[in-house]
Design a protein around this ligand. Structure first.
Ligand code: SAM
Length: 280
């Protein structure tokens, strides 16, 4: 989809604002990154509720998109507080598509709100038809926090993220909530989002299930599920924090052995090429 020009209006349509639209507009005219995200957060005109340690982690993972006109897909709009925060943080050309099952915030010049259920695969198929592969720079799941929904959302939207993009799922402490509030929770419950995400570690390291470096043998044991391999073919890294999972999208990092002594050659079997991993 072609990038649409952004027209700057003010935020009169955000509901439950503590501030007047004029005051909010005055703040939003600041360029992204002129103030820290923490400062931005405490100056929001719209209610936004976060855990404190999220703020520096947002900056760590999203900082590279400041003033780069990022396209953001955010599940969970609520009052529009985080949308206001992203707009102020990333700068004037930020484009946000917000998904909510019951939006209490209307759209603005930078926020398009789409009503839908993140647990519905048919809904995500519609979104994929509208935006297409690789449209978004950042995807944030701050919706129902239900494990089943978080997994469906990751499965159905990862393709919408461009290479170099960041997938962020927050409040994943619900992975540990057994029979409380959400489906799929409980320590080591295979249906939890955390357990699902842990499998991405195996995807990243999959070749080592097929070839033992320096030994030249096929390790015994199972290999990674082909569906997971296909879904997460483009994951460079997966990062776990308290209540947050972050995926870095991109071609897998090259597994090339190097050494500091140019005249010393390894036996080729110590440093196999990717096409040599053909054992299934
Ligand atoms: C934590 S709030 C989002 C807060 C917002 N991101 C912010 O920081 O200001 C969660 C939102 O997810 C929405 N939600 C709940 N279940 C959902 C579902 N199945 N699909 C989409 N949105 C859902 C709720 O209506 C609510 O507005």
């Amino acid at each position: 989809m072609a990038r649409q020009p952004v027209v700057y209006l003010h935020l009169t349509s955000l509901s439950e604002s503590r501030n007047s639209p004029d005051r909010m507009q005055a703040k939003i005219t600041k360029r992204g990154s002129e103030v820290s995200l923490r400062e931005t957060f405490f100056q929001l005109g719209t209610l936004c509720d976060k855990f404190e340690h999220y703020l520096p982690l947002y900056e760590k993972w999203f900082g590279k998109f400041v003033n780069r006109a990022p396209r953001i897909l955010e599940v969970g709009v609520q009052f529009g507080g985080s949308a206001e925060m992203w707009y102020k943080y990333f700068g004037a050309e930020t484009e946000i598509v917000g998904i909510d099952i019951a939006p209490r915030s209307a759209g603005t010049s930078f926020l398009k709100v789409i009503q839908g259920d993140q647990g519905s695969t048919a809904f995500w198929d519609d979104i994929a038809r509208t935006y297409g592969e690789g449209y978004f720079d950042i995807i944030i799941d701050d919706g129902s926090h239900d494990n089943v929904h978080q997994i469906v959302t990751l499965q159905k939207t990862y393709g919408l993220l461009r290479d170099g993009g960041v997938y962020w799922c927050e409040d994943v402490h619900t992975s540990y909530y057994k029979n409380v509030r959400v489906q799929g929770g409980g320590l080591r419950n295979p249906e939890s989002f955390i357990e699902f995400s842990k499998q991405i570690i195996d995807v990243i390291n999959e070749k080592h299930t097929k070839f033992a470096i320096g030994v030249g043998k096929t390790p015994a044991g199972p290999h990674v599920d082909p569906q997971l391999l296909s879904l997460f073919r483009k994951v460079q890294g997966v990062h776990f924090y308290d209540s947050i999972v972050v995926l870095e999208k991109g071609e897998p990092l090259k597994f090339n052995r190097i050494n500091s002594a140019p005249n010393m050659a390894y036996n080729r079997i110590d440093n196999p090429q990717a096409e040599e991993f053909t054992l299934d």
